[in-house]
Design a protein around this ligand. Structure first.
Ligand SMILES: *Cc1c(COP(=O)(O)O)cnc(C)c1O
Length: 235
């Protein structure tokens, strides 16, 4: 596909997603300006990020460190400034690398990960924002800290001067109705804000459930498939 054809395709899908966000906001009396779209570009090439950026998208989400580091390097080399959100599962040994390019790390779910990110940020002279990933299915197996352990983790993060605690992130559990679980997330977010007034971010909602997330107060939606197309299976 030519760049021109891909640009037209991305412009069309971006327009459709922005309409979905605007409609979802209208339904609950929110201002669409309160909702930031994060284009989840994992598995898609840097050229797609450049095209999406030329359409006005400023925030991009990535899940795999090596791929993300390369893409961040490519955008930097092209002189294009975007905000990178790391949204994937974090392993301790990837944190140093992630801390070098991520502006926001959304998937912090344990103390060791926070410590490793803080160490990487110090070495890199950076101060990334972080979100605490909340597990909404009562288990911690698929990533995220259980609701009853959020306080411990956020207190630890707040004590690290290299990380800026900005809020919460969650993925709706498979098979659960998304709206009630996003309502639980909103409650967790409100409690966090009571202790940390700058922790205002609620990152929730993807291609399949962004309307439910917006209805429950999401400030950031993370959309991949509806913008870029069906992802090839990641190897
Ligand atoms: C891949 C991914 C997304 C985007 O999902 P789509 O269904 O393609 O919109 C959002 N959040 C996280 C954490 C992801 O891993």
């Amino acid at each position: 596909m030519t760049d021109r054809a891909r640009l037209d395709e991305l412009a069309g899908s971006l327009d459709a997603v922005q309409r979905r966000i605007a409609l979802a906001c209208r339904d609950v009396g929110r201002d669409p300006g309160e909702v930031t779209l994060i284009a989840v570009s994992k598995t898609w090439p840097a050229s797609d990020v450049l095209l999406m950026s030329s359409l006005g998208v400023t925030d991009f989400g990535e899940s795999y460190d090596q791929e993300a580091a390369a893409k961040a390097g490519a955008l930097r080399a092209a002189g294009v400034d975007v905000r990178w959100h790391f949204v994937g599962r974090l392993q301790r040994n990837k944190c140093r690398s992630v801390a070098r390019y991520a502006d926001v790390v959304q998937s912090v779910d344990r103390v060791e990960i926070a410590d490793a990110l803080a160490a990487g940020a110090r070495d890199g002279g950076r101060r990334p924002e972080v979100l605490v990933q909340i597990s909404l299915d009562g288990a911690e197996g698929r990533g995220g800290v259980a609701v009853d352990r959020v306080g411990e983790l956020t207190a630890h993060i707040a004590s690290l001067d290299r990380l800026v605690l900005r809020g919460v992130m969650a993925v709706a559990p498979l098979g659960a109705a998304p709206r009630p679980v996003f309502a639980v997330l909103a409650q967790v977010a409100a409690e966090l804000r009571a202790s940390y007034p700058h922790a205002t971010v609620v990152s929730a909602g993807m291609t399949g459930d962004l309307e439910d997330a917006v209805a429950e107060g999401a400030t950031h939606v993370r959309v991949g498939t509806a913008l870029f197309g069906q992802r090839p299976r990641h190897g």
